[in-house]
Design a protein around this ligand. Structure first.
Ligand SMILES: N[C@@H](CCC(=O)N[C@@H](CS)C(=O)NCC(=O)O)C(=O)O
Length: 228
């Protein structure tokens, strides 16, 4: 790859969003340089490349930034067409995959996060929302190994939070949102997803994340909003 085409990822160790981008690039076999960002003290590079949201991830390709993880996944798919496909070939399949990835972002991740990080009636409400939304994911997975079918696709990449982070947050907060009995499909999916070598290569260490969330528990409970 020519120097001008160098690919950089601005990310954060514990961010499921920047881990999505790394996973997509690794599935495609695209080499990249990873630049860890301190989110408490944002770099000029991050502010310059993502002035709107000031968040990771940012993918910089050919000197040009692309932001928002789901947008970046599509960019990766469009740019490196060969190799592992992230989206199906037919327009309907592609539309469906985009729908589920957005559903996971809008309806599942924040409900699961808030089910873990709230208490009392608020927690009850988010648990109810999680239950309804996870039920839909269960149905979508039925009869398939991955959301993408036999192989990991864009929806699986987008669901990385549910596979790793959700379990950690449940353990830290001693709540059960996703469990084997209620969500057998998701449970099996999560096991298969996490046992893929390529996925393992771009996830944070579970113990490190457990310690991190334990140490931040009181502070996160006070924020009462998704902060991941
Ligand atoms: N919708 C964004 C979310 C990105 C996001 O929330 N990133 C967090 C890290 S996990 C961040 O950069 N937070 C810094 C901040 O909010 O100041 C995406 O999908 O890329």
């Amino acid at each position: 790859m020519a120097a001008a085409e160098a690919v950089k990822v601005l990310g954060a160790y514990g961010s499921p969003f920047s881990r999505r981008v790394e996973l997509a690039l690794r599935l495609k076999g695209v080499p990249y340089e990873y630049l860890e960002q301190d989110l408490a003290n944002k770099s000029e590079l991050l502010l310059e490349h993502n002035p709107t949201h000031k968040k990771v991830p940012v993918l910089v390709h050919d000197g040009k930034p692309v932001v928002e993880s789901l947008v970046i996944l599509e960019y990766v798919e469009d740019t490196w067409k060969g190799g592992h496909p992230l989206l199906p070939g037919d327009p309907h399949g592609r539309a469906q995959a985009r729908f589920w990835a957005k559903f996971i972002d809008d309806k599942c991740n924040s409900a699961v996060w808030m089910s873990c990080w709230s208490r009392g009636d608020t927690q009850k409400m988010f648990m109810e929302q999680s239950k309804e939304n996870l039920k839909l994911l269960e149905a979508e997975l039925k009869g398939k190994k991955f959301f993408g079918g036999d192989a990991i696709g864009l929806v699986d990449v987008a669901a990385n939070f549910l596979a790793l982070w959700a379990g950690i947050l449940q353990e830290v907060n001693e709540v059960s949102v996703i469990d084997e009995e209620k969500h057998p499909e998701l449970w099996k999916w999560s096991r298969d997803f996490l046992s893929s070598d390529i996925v393992k290569g771009c996830l944070p260490d579970r113990e490190v994340m457990l310690d991190y969330f334990r140490s931040k528990k009181e502070a996160i409970l006070l924020t009462k909003a998704p902060v991941y």
